[in-house]
Design a binder for this molecule. Structure first.
Ligand code: MRU
Length: 353
C-alpha cells in the first residue's frame, strides 16, 4: 500500500519562525499566521486559529522553543524557571485537551537536567520537531488499525475535524477514513456540521474534498434521522482527553451521537493517540470542560442570529461514557471491553492488537 501523506500542512517551523494555518478562515481563504513569540502561539491556540488536540500540543511544544529563544539572555536554570512559568500559561490556553499539557511537560522534562542555555535551546528545538513528527507516525498507525473496522462501502458519520488540520499527520478519526479510502474508495463520509464553530462544515468537508472522498455535510440535528434511516454504518470521533476508565471528552455533540448510535445498533468508535489519555483521572466527570464565548452561539459568521439580549451557554466539549464506546483506536491497537485494564496495559506493552 502506498504511504499516505497529507496535502495539508497546518503548522511549519522555518528559520525559527512558526507559520500557523489560520483555521478560522478556512476553507474560503488560506492564510498563514506568523509567530515568533510564545505569546503569539498562545493567542493562536486560544482563538482557535490552530486547533485539534494533537495539533495544539505540537504548537505548544514549538511555543516553548520560541520562548527559549526570546529569553536566551537568561542563563541555564533561570531560563528553565522562566520556561516553567510560560509552560503554565500555555497549558491554560485551552483546558480540556490533555495533549497541550502532555507536550509542555515533555518539553520541560527534556531540559530539566541541563544548565547551558545554548544546549537547552538546541534540545528544545529537537524535541519540538520530534513531537511533531512522532504525531504523524501515531496517526499513520491509528489509520492502519482503524481502517480494519470500516465495513466495505460504509456510511461513516464523524463530528468536528480530526484530520491533518487537527494533528501532525493524516489525523485520528479522519486518518482512519483516509486509510480506509485507499482500500475502498466507495466509502461515504457524513460530516456533522459541528455547531457552534462548524469544524465539520468548514474543515472536514474541505479535507474530504482535497482527498477525493465522497462527503455529505449534514446539520447536527440530522444525525439521528440518518442513523435511523440506515445511512450510517459506523460512527468515529476523535478525543481531547480520555480518562483511565475509557470515558472520553470530545467536541460538544459527541455524546449525543454515541447515545443515538447505541439506540440504533451502530458501532461508535473513538480514535486517539496515547498522548490524549490522562491516567491521573479515573472517570470522565473529572475532566475539565472548556466553556467558550457565548458569541460563538449567538452569532454565525459574525451575524447575530437571535434577539440581542439572548443568553447563551457554550461548553466546547462533552463526555461520552465508556459504555457507549465500542472501541478506542490507538497507535498501539484497539482497546475494547475492559477499558480500565486494557488502557493500563496499553501503556505497558508495545502493541496490543
Ligand atoms: O475545539 P476543537 O476544534 O479544538 O476540537 C477538536 C476536537 O474536538 C477533535 O475531535 C479532537 O481534538 C481530536 S483531533 C484529532
Amino acid at each position: 500500500m502506498q504511504k499516505i501523506n497529507s496535502k495539508i500542512q497546518p503548522i511549519k517551523l522555518e528559520n525559527d519562525e512558526l507559520s500557523l494555518l489560520d483555521q478560522r478562515v478556512l476553507p474560503l481563504s488560506k492564510k498563514y499566521i506568523k509567530a515568533r513569540s510564545y505569546t503569539e502561539v498562545t493567542r493562536a491556540i486560544k482563538n482557535m486559529s490552530v486547533r485539534g488536540a494533537p495539533l495544539i500540543g505540537i504548537a505548544a511544544a514549538y511555543g516553548i522553543f520560541l520562548a527559549a529563544l526570546e529569553y536566551k539572555k537568561l542563563e541555564g536554570k533561570k531560563l528553565i524557571n522562566k520556561l516553567k512559568a510560560i509552560g503554565e500559561e500555555i497549558k491554560n490556553a485551552r483546558p480540556t485537551a490533555i495533549n497541550l499539557r502532555w507536550a509542555v511537560d515533555l518539553m520541560l522534562h527534556e531540559v530539566a537536567s541541563l544548565d547551558d542555555t545554548l544546549e537547552i535551546i538546541t534540545a528544545l528545538k529537537k524535541r519540538a520537531i520530534w513531537i511533531h513528527e512522532d504525531d504523524a507516525q501515531r496517526c499513520a498507525n491509528i489509520g492502519r488499525y482503524g481502517s480494519k473496522v470500516i465495513p466495505k462501502g460504509a456510511g461513516i458519520l464523524t463530528i468536528c475535524n480530526t484530520g491533518a488540520l487537527a494533528t501532525g499527520g493524516i489525523g485520528t478519526a479522519f486518518g482512519i477514513i483516509l486509510t480506509a479510502h485507499q482500500y475502498d474508495p466507495s466509502i461515504k463520509v457524513f460530516a456533522s456540521e459541528t455547531r457552534p464553530r462548524q469544524q465539520g462544515a468548514k474543515l472536514t468537508t474541505f479535507e474530504c474534498i482535497e482527498n477525493g472522498i465522497n462527503c455529505t455535510l449534514i446539520s447536527d440535528t440530522a444525525c439521528g434521522y440518518l442513523m435511523k434511516k440506515g445511512f450510517i454504518d459506523i460512527v468515529i470521533a476523535g478525543a481531547d482527553r480520555i480518562a483511565s476508565n475509557g470515558d472520553t471528552a470530545n467536541k460538544i455533540g459527541t455524546y449525543q451521537l454515541a447515545v443515538l448510535a447505541k439506540e440504533n445498533n451502530i458501532p461508535f468508535y473513538i480514535a486517539a493517540p496515547l498522548s490524549t489519555f490522562d491516567l491521573s483521572i479515573e472517570t470522565g466527570d473529572k475532566i475539565p470542560i472548556e466553556n467558550r464565548d457565548e458569541k460563538e452561539v449567538t452569532l454565525i459568521n459574525e451575524g447575530l442570529i437571535c434577539h440581542p439580549s439572548t443568553q447563551a451557554f457554550n461548553p466546547a466539549f462533552d463526555i461520552t461514557s465508556r459504555e457507549y464506546i465500542k472501541g478506542i483506536i490507538t497507535e498501539k491497537g484497539i482497546v475494547e471491553g475492559d477499558y480500565k485494564k486494557e488502557i493500563k496495559e496499553l501503556f505497558n506493552t508495545s502493541v496490543i492488537a
